[in-house]
Design a protein around this ligand. Structure first.
Ligand SMILES: [Zn+2]
Length: 262
């Protein structure tokens, strides 16, 4: 299926406006799609009422598309294993990387990008940012942008705050200052708790739905062990895996200029 067809058929986006963490809005509360296929370069996702979405948790769509996301890498040993599992299934995912790790492992980050995955910004040092002043938040973001740029030649155009600890005013600030939406998630298997067995895969399979954004970590052994089962089951159910930019209708991230104040 072509990207154009997907874009034009998809419903409107659903974000975190005035919602608690993990809350869902049924797609029906928004106006029907129509403008979605008309998104231009640099546009931001908007709700049916035209309000810009500063935080995105999932996309309201009837299409069986899912975005897998991996946080906290790169990890010298585990990230290559995730890449191999994805490549074997021709799946593209999104990696929200920590800047200081990118600086340590630029070649691995370059491999992630070369294999067609999206690279997002997960701060420089993984702090709780909800209480940080704006200049410190932007410093976390900018240092990571520079590290990813150095490693891959491209700027990340999405950000995800560590722990999801970010206020709506902060997301709006980052959108206005850096042209970056805040990407949250709708499916969280809490893999960092290392629940054992196939609890991670079972959670993902049970909760995944069209338009889901799944949170996982390419730094957790259990996640890598569960990943083939989760992916194969969802593929067998007819799901297609897309990057976040693809899911939310951004043009290919490498072609979109992310604003950077001087
Ligand atoms: Zn994290």
């Amino acid at each position: 299926m072509s990207m154009d067809r997907f874009t034009s058929r998809r419903g409107v986006l659903c974000g975190g406006l005035a919602l608690g963490v993990g809350a869902f809005l049924p797609g029906a509360v928004f106006a029907q799609s129509g403008h979605r296929g008309d998104m231009r370069l640099g546009d931001f996702p908007v709700a049916g009422n035209g309000e810009v979405l500063d935080q995105i948790r999932h996309v309201a769509t009837a299409e069986r598309v899912i975005a897998m996301t991996f946080d906290d890498g790169p990890h010298q040993i585990l990230t290559p294993q995730v890449l191999d599992i994805l490549a074997a299934r021709q799946i593209k995912a999104s990696f929200f990387v920590i800047g200081n790790r990118v600086a340590q492992m630029p070649a691995l980050v370059a491999r992630i990008a070369q294999e067609g995955h999206e690279i997002g910004n997960h701060s420089w040092s993984h702090p709780h940012m909800g209480q940080l002043p704006d200049h410190a938040v932007l410093n976390q973001i900018d240092r990571t942008v520079d590290a990813v740029m150095t490693a891959t030649g491209h700027r990340p155009v999405l950000m995800r705050p560590p722990y999801g600890d970010f206020t709506m005013p902060q997301s709006r600030m980052v959108r206005l200052a850096r042209n970056m939406p805040t990407i949250m998630w709708s499916v969280d298997p809490q893999d960092w708790r290392r629940p054992g067995g196939f609890a991670i895969a079972d959670h993902i399979i049970r909760h995944a739905a069209p338009g889901s954004i799944v949170l996982a970590h390419d730094t957790v052994n259990d996640t890598i062990r569960n990943l083939p089962h989760a992916l194969d089951t969802l593929l067998a159910q007819g799901y297609r895996f897309v990057t976040i930019s693809e899911l939310i209708g951004f043009p290919a991230s490498t072609y979109r200029a992310a604003a950077r104040a001087t």
